[in-house]
Design a binder for this molecule. Sequence first.
Ligand code: SF4
Length: 215
Amino acid sequence: MIDDRKARTDEIIRRLKQEYPEAHCALNFSNPFELLVATILSAQCTDERVNIVTSSLFRKYRKPEDYLSVEAEELERDIHSTGFYRNKTKSIRGASERIISEFGGEIPQTMDELLTLDGVARKTANVVLGNAFNIAPGIVVDTHVSRVSQRLALTDNTTPEKIERDLSELVPKKDWIMFPHWIIAHGRAICQARRPKCAECVLENLCPSSLLKMR
Ligand code: SF4
């Protein structure tokens, strides 16, 4: 076990990079606005389900104005299967309104501006900035990143904001966009919530939570 957290993080990144060379944003999108909508829809929903819904949604609604040109109930029906459809409809329509009125119809490219949009917190802003604009003001912390980072003892914290702060001190800035993709890929394939497959894990000898150590 490499004791020093920073050195361990470097080695974890090296191995994950090798293990998941194809890791990327799992949400389908063809422009920043679509990624914003897909990310809002992904709250409490799988990326697979979001991609099914957006495959027809993005043909019907192409720009912010389109989400405002229908009744809220129609949009609610169109996104119904992603869950929390009333709140998500409010967020998408609210964000669309502000994108039109304050940002000339374009998605803003700073964290502060994105955070003024309905339904957008740091995670969504980091997803959009990193994956649509290649800008990394921070690190995306979702449920996989939270769980795996805690198990790997890269953080002692449990709230996304504090985990993000801890990770940003350990992960080199050049890897801030890709790090969550590698960790999410690992969380889905190996370090699963209920039954982590520690015996198959390439990080096993770097991980204080390995079940193999507890035998
Ligand atoms: S050793 Fe187990 S707990 Fe640690 S990262 Fe791998 S799968 Fe997760």
